[in-house]
Design a protein around this ligand. Sequence first.
Ligand code: ITT
Length: 197
Amino acid sequence: MSSPTQTLVFATRNPHKAAEVRALLKGRFHILTLPEAGINEEIPEPFPTLEENALAKTDFLFQRLGCDCFSEDTGLEVNALGGEPGVRSARYAGEPPQDAANQQRLLERMQGVTTREARFRTVFSLCLQGKSHCFEGICEGRIAEYPAGKQGFGYDPVFIPTGAGQTFAEMGMEAKNHFSHRRKALDAMLHFLGEGI
Ligand code: ITT
């Protein structure tokens, strides 16, 4: 069993991701985000798969800090768009990445499309003493007709998980964590660490 105070650096600058993960961990690990760990430069995510990008982030961080760490890369895969935006989700509407513009581009591409199945896919990379391990989490759902809800981030206002009657942005973090890709990948990582939730 890990000590409750074991520190893991989470290679993210996204405070929403960090809040979701911390809520699920309930204090069992001490999590530091990139800014909190003093890493100010952007870590490149140039690869065509979520797994390669997640691994690149933990490799970078281990080389810089030499500590145990994890990262994740997430994509929204829409069936009617052949799996787009997928690994390009953050920059779907171009640079700089903007949530509202990404949502708008997605809804424009989906105008008049009746087949709205989609999924969030997340790959976590956990780096322990320099050795990396990957874990995947998938949340099936569909793309809403219009944005709804103010909570969450990214594509949350336009994604309705299967089994819910509202978007991630309408339901709030606790309910999102019940359904989410991120929670499922984190469950797998914690199971590996012997910390099943
Ligand atoms: P880091 O790379 O710093 O972790 P990011 O926001 O850039 O943060 P990703 O590259 O993994 O994270 O995200 C790809 C896109 O998918 C980006 O537009 C996110 O806002 C969005 N996204 C990721 N997870 C999401 C979630 O749980 N709900 C809604 N959108 C999400």
